[in-house]
Write a new protein. Structure first.
Length: 104
C-alpha cells in the first residue's frame, strides 16, 4: 500500500492491482509493475531487491525536487557535467529511485 501510494504521488496512475501480490502503475509512455520480492530465491546472489534502481527522465530537476519536498521525501542532488542533474531518493521498500534532467 505504501509503495503504491508513493508512486501515485510521483504522478503514476494505478492501472490494476491483484491484492498484495502485484500492482501495475502507469503514466504516458511507461508502465511500472511492483510486487513483493521473494528473498528466499535470491539468497547468496546479487538479485535481491536492493540491487536495482529505477530512473525517470524529466524535463526540470527543480520540479522534481518540489514534488519530493511536497511529500517530505528526502533526496540528494548530483550534477554530472556530461550527463545531467540527478535527484536520488528511495521508495518505501528502500529501492533506489532517481529523476534525471539530461543534458542532451
Amino acid at each position: 500500500d505504501k509503495s503504491i501510494q508513493f508512486y501515485q504521488n510521483l504522478g503514476l496512475n494505478l492501472q490494476q492491482r491483484w491484492g498484495n501480490h502485484y500492482a501495475m502503475l502507469n503514466a504516458e509512455g511507461i508502465t511500472l509493475g511492483i510486487h513483493p520480492a521473494d528473498d528466499s530465491k535470491h539468497q547468496g546472489n546479487e538479485l535481491g531487491s536492493g540491487t536495482i534502481s529505477i530512473g525517470f527522465f524529466i524535463g526540470k530537476a527543480d520540479e522534481a525536487k518540489a514534488l519530493l519536498d511536497q511529500y517530505q521525501i528526502p533526496y540528494k542532488v548530483e550534477t554530472d557535467d556530461k550527463s545531467g542533474i540527478y535527484v536520488h531518493f528511495k521508495d518505501p521498500d528502500e529501492t533506489t529511485v532517481y529523476f534525471v534532467e539530461p543534458k542532451w
